[in-house]
Design a binder for this molecule. Structure first.
Ligand code: 13P
Length: 236
Protein backbone atom coordinates (compact mmCIF):
# COMPACT_ATOMS: atom_id res chain seq x y z
CA UNK A 1 0.00 0.00 0.00
CA UNK A 2 1.41 3.45 -0.87
CA UNK A 3 2.23 5.68 2.09
CA UNK A 4 -0.22 8.53 2.64
CA UNK A 5 1.08 12.03 3.39
CA UNK A 6 -1.46 14.70 4.27
CA UNK A 7 -0.67 18.42 4.51
CA UNK A 8 -2.87 20.39 6.89
CA UNK A 9 -2.17 24.05 6.15
CA UNK A 10 -4.48 25.14 9.00
CA UNK A 11 -5.21 28.93 8.94
CA UNK A 12 -2.03 29.78 7.08
CA UNK A 13 -0.83 30.78 3.64
CA UNK A 14 -1.74 33.27 0.96
CA UNK A 15 -2.50 33.18 -2.78
CA UNK A 16 1.17 33.91 -3.40
CA UNK A 17 2.50 31.15 -1.17
CA UNK A 18 0.05 28.58 -2.53
CA UNK A 19 0.97 29.48 -6.12
CA UNK A 20 4.59 28.56 -5.29
CA UNK A 21 3.55 25.39 -3.47
CA UNK A 22 1.26 24.21 -6.28
CA UNK A 23 3.90 24.84 -8.95
CA UNK A 24 6.41 22.66 -7.09
CA UNK A 25 3.85 19.99 -6.18
CA UNK A 26 2.68 19.67 -9.79
CA UNK A 27 6.27 18.91 -10.82
CA UNK A 28 6.89 16.45 -8.01
CA UNK A 29 7.68 12.90 -9.10
CA UNK A 30 6.93 10.07 -6.72
CA UNK A 31 6.56 6.32 -7.22
CA UNK A 32 4.60 4.94 -4.33
CA UNK A 33 3.23 7.77 -2.21
CA UNK A 34 -0.19 9.38 -2.08
CA UNK A 35 -0.27 13.07 -1.15
CA UNK A 36 -3.30 15.03 0.04
CA UNK A 37 -3.23 18.82 0.39
CA UNK A 38 -5.75 20.48 2.72
CA UNK A 39 -5.84 24.27 2.30
CA UNK A 40 -8.31 26.65 3.95
CA UNK A 41 -11.66 26.68 2.08
CA UNK A 42 -11.08 30.10 0.49
CA UNK A 43 -8.04 28.80 -1.39
CA UNK A 44 -9.53 25.56 -2.74
CA UNK A 45 -10.05 27.06 -6.18
CA UNK A 46 -6.33 27.94 -6.40
CA UNK A 47 -5.42 24.26 -6.12
CA UNK A 48 -5.54 23.18 -9.77
CA UNK A 49 -3.57 20.00 -9.19
CA UNK A 50 -1.98 18.29 -12.17
CA UNK A 51 -0.25 15.38 -10.52
CA UNK A 52 -1.94 12.00 -10.31
CA UNK A 53 -0.26 11.29 -6.98
CA UNK A 54 -1.76 14.40 -5.38
CA UNK A 55 -5.37 14.92 -4.27
CA UNK A 56 -7.24 17.78 -2.73
CA UNK A 57 -8.63 17.77 0.79
CA UNK A 58 -10.01 20.33 3.20
CA UNK A 59 -9.99 20.93 6.95
CA UNK A 60 -13.65 20.59 7.95
CA UNK A 61 -17.22 20.06 6.72
CA UNK A 62 -20.70 20.83 7.99
CA UNK A 63 -22.41 18.37 10.30
CA UNK A 64 -25.84 19.58 9.23
CA UNK A 65 -28.10 18.41 6.48
CA UNK A 66 -29.68 21.82 6.19
CA UNK A 67 -28.92 24.80 3.99
CA UNK A 68 -29.86 27.22 6.80
CA UNK A 69 -26.34 27.00 8.27
CA UNK A 70 -24.55 30.32 8.10
CA UNK A 71 -20.81 29.89 7.70
CA UNK A 72 -20.91 26.16 7.03
CA UNK A 73 -19.60 24.31 3.97
CA UNK A 74 -21.60 21.48 2.38
CA UNK A 75 -20.28 18.30 0.75
CA UNK A 76 -21.83 19.37 -2.56
CA UNK A 77 -19.72 22.55 -2.53
CA UNK A 78 -16.55 20.62 -1.78
CA UNK A 79 -17.21 18.16 -4.61
CA UNK A 80 -17.48 21.09 -7.04
CA UNK A 81 -13.84 21.85 -6.24
CA UNK A 82 -12.70 18.22 -6.67
CA UNK A 83 -12.17 17.76 -2.94
CA UNK A 84 -11.74 14.07 -2.11
CA UNK A 85 -10.65 14.09 1.55
CA UNK A 86 -11.84 15.95 4.64
CA UNK A 87 -10.00 16.31 7.95
CA UNK A 88 -12.58 15.68 10.66
CA UNK A 89 -12.31 16.11 14.43
CA UNK A 90 -8.94 17.84 14.54
CA UNK A 91 -8.02 18.68 18.15
CA UNK A 92 -7.97 22.37 17.23
CA UNK A 93 -11.68 22.06 16.35
CA UNK A 94 -12.42 19.90 19.38
CA UNK A 95 -10.93 22.74 21.45
CA UNK A 96 -13.55 25.06 19.94
CA UNK A 97 -16.25 22.78 21.34
CA UNK A 98 -16.68 20.11 18.67
CA UNK A 99 -18.00 16.94 20.28
CA UNK A 100 -17.72 13.26 19.35
CA UNK A 101 -21.36 13.27 18.23
CA UNK A 102 -20.80 16.09 15.71
CA UNK A 103 -17.62 14.42 14.52
CA UNK A 104 -19.60 11.24 13.89
CA UNK A 105 -22.20 13.27 11.93
CA UNK A 106 -19.41 14.81 9.83
CA UNK A 107 -17.88 11.40 9.15
CA UNK A 108 -21.26 10.11 7.97
CA UNK A 109 -21.89 13.18 5.80
CA UNK A 110 -18.49 12.60 4.15
CA UNK A 111 -19.14 8.92 3.52
CA UNK A 112 -22.66 9.52 2.20
CA UNK A 113 -21.23 11.93 -0.36
CA UNK A 114 -18.19 10.00 -1.55
CA UNK A 115 -15.70 12.04 0.49
CA UNK A 116 -13.02 10.30 2.52
CA UNK A 117 -12.83 11.53 6.13
CA UNK A 118 -9.44 11.70 7.84
CA UNK A 119 -10.43 11.24 11.47
CA UNK A 120 -8.16 12.88 14.03
CA UNK A 121 -7.82 11.42 17.51
CA UNK A 122 -5.30 11.84 20.31
CA UNK A 123 -4.78 12.20 24.03
CA UNK A 124 -4.49 15.67 25.59
CA UNK A 125 -1.56 15.09 27.92
CA UNK A 126 1.35 12.71 27.75
CA UNK A 127 0.26 11.28 31.11
CA UNK A 128 -3.26 10.46 29.79
CA UNK A 129 -4.29 6.85 29.30
CA UNK A 130 -4.04 5.78 25.65
CA UNK A 131 -7.41 4.03 25.92
CA UNK A 132 -9.19 7.42 25.91
CA UNK A 133 -8.18 7.64 22.26
CA UNK A 134 -10.01 4.41 21.48
CA UNK A 135 -13.25 5.97 22.68
CA UNK A 136 -12.76 8.82 20.18
CA UNK A 137 -12.18 6.28 17.40
CA UNK A 138 -15.29 4.29 18.29
CA UNK A 139 -17.51 7.36 18.55
CA UNK A 140 -16.26 8.84 15.27
CA UNK A 141 -17.07 5.78 13.16
CA UNK A 142 -20.25 4.73 14.98
CA UNK A 143 -22.95 3.46 12.59
CA UNK A 144 -20.81 3.65 9.46
CA UNK A 145 -20.70 0.80 6.92
CA UNK A 146 -18.28 -1.95 7.89
CA UNK A 147 -16.83 -2.18 4.39
CA UNK A 148 -15.04 1.18 4.63
CA UNK A 149 -11.36 1.45 5.49
CA UNK A 150 -11.27 4.35 7.97
CA UNK A 151 -8.34 6.76 7.84
CA UNK A 152 -7.35 7.53 11.43
CA UNK A 153 -4.76 10.17 12.27
CA UNK A 154 -3.21 9.71 15.69
CA UNK A 155 -2.24 13.20 16.79
CA UNK A 156 -1.31 13.48 20.47
CA UNK A 157 -2.48 16.98 21.39
CA UNK A 158 0.67 17.57 23.45
CA UNK A 159 2.82 16.89 20.37
CA UNK A 160 1.06 19.30 17.99
CA UNK A 161 3.18 22.35 17.25
CA UNK A 162 5.28 21.85 20.37
CA UNK A 163 8.40 20.18 19.01
CA UNK A 164 7.72 17.25 21.37
CA UNK A 165 7.57 13.80 19.83
CA UNK A 166 6.24 10.55 21.26
CA UNK A 167 8.65 7.61 21.34
CA UNK A 168 8.27 5.12 18.49
CA UNK A 169 7.26 2.54 21.12
CA UNK A 170 4.34 4.75 22.20
CA UNK A 171 3.15 5.19 18.60
CA UNK A 172 3.42 1.43 18.11
CA UNK A 173 1.37 0.74 21.24
CA UNK A 174 -1.28 3.20 20.03
CA UNK A 175 -1.18 1.78 16.53
CA UNK A 176 -1.76 -1.74 17.85
CA UNK A 177 -4.62 -0.58 20.10
CA UNK A 178 -6.34 1.34 17.30
CA UNK A 179 -5.97 -1.47 14.76
CA UNK A 180 -7.34 -4.00 17.26
CA UNK A 181 -10.26 -1.70 18.08
CA UNK A 182 -11.04 -1.27 14.39
CA UNK A 183 -11.22 -5.02 13.80
CA UNK A 184 -13.14 -5.60 17.03
CA UNK A 185 -15.72 -3.13 15.72
CA UNK A 186 -16.09 -5.22 12.55
CA UNK A 187 -14.00 -3.25 10.06
CA UNK A 188 -11.35 -5.09 8.06
CA UNK A 189 -8.57 -2.60 8.37
CA UNK A 190 -7.68 1.06 8.77
CA UNK A 191 -5.11 3.46 7.41
CA UNK A 192 -3.23 4.90 10.35
CA UNK A 193 -1.39 8.21 10.20
CA UNK A 194 0.72 9.98 12.80
CA UNK A 195 0.71 13.78 13.21
CA UNK A 196 2.48 16.22 15.54
CA UNK A 197 5.81 18.11 15.27
CA UNK A 198 7.13 16.22 12.26
CA UNK A 199 9.96 17.85 10.34
CA UNK A 200 12.64 16.79 7.86
CA UNK A 201 15.00 15.81 10.69
CA UNK A 202 12.70 13.48 12.58
CA UNK A 203 10.31 11.93 10.02
CA UNK A 204 12.55 8.91 9.33
CA UNK A 205 12.55 7.88 12.97
CA UNK A 206 8.76 8.21 13.19
CA UNK A 207 8.27 6.25 9.96
CA UNK A 208 9.98 3.30 11.69
CA UNK A 209 6.78 2.89 13.70
CA UNK A 210 3.78 0.90 12.53
CA UNK A 211 1.98 3.66 10.66
CA UNK A 212 0.83 4.10 7.09
CA UNK A 213 1.72 7.75 6.72
CA UNK A 214 1.85 11.23 8.21
CA UNK A 215 -0.41 14.21 8.83
CA UNK A 216 1.83 17.27 8.63
CA UNK A 217 1.10 20.75 9.97
CA UNK A 218 3.71 23.53 10.06
CA UNK A 219 6.24 21.80 7.82
CA UNK A 220 3.70 21.64 4.95
CA UNK A 221 4.12 25.38 4.46
CA UNK A 222 7.86 25.03 3.97
CA UNK A 223 7.52 23.43 0.57
CA UNK A 224 11.14 22.37 0.05
CA UNK A 225 11.22 20.67 3.43
CA UNK A 226 7.82 19.09 2.73
CA UNK A 227 9.12 17.70 -0.57
CA UNK A 228 12.22 16.37 1.19
CA UNK A 229 9.96 14.40 3.55
CA UNK A 230 7.79 13.10 0.69
CA UNK A 231 10.83 11.97 -1.30
CA UNK A 232 12.48 10.43 1.75
CA UNK A 233 9.37 8.32 2.37
CA UNK A 234 8.85 7.51 -1.29
CA UNK A 235 12.44 6.30 -1.69
CA UNK A 236 12.18 3.82 1.19
P1 13P B 1 2.40 20.27 13.47
O1 13P B 1 3.03 19.37 12.44
O2 13P B 1 2.56 21.72 13.13
O3 13P B 1 2.79 19.90 14.85
O4 13P B 1 0.80 20.03 13.35
C1 13P B 1 0.32 18.75 13.27
C2 13P B 1 -1.13 18.83 12.97
O5 13P B 1 -1.91 19.32 13.77
C3 13P B 1 -1.59 18.33 11.68
O6 13P B 1 -2.97 18.23 11.63
Amino acid sequence: MPKLIVANYKMNGSKKLYATIIKKINKLKVMDTKIVLCPPFVYLDEFRLKNRFVSLGCQDITNEDNSKSTGQISPKMLLEFQVEYVIVGHSERRKLGEKDEQINEKVKICLNNGLQPIICVGEEKKSDKLDSVLFQVEQAIKNTPKNIIPIIAYEPVWAIGTGKLPEVSRINRMSKKIRTKITDLGYQNCILLYGGSINSNNFKEIMLSQIDGLLLGGVSLRIDEFIKIVKGIDDD
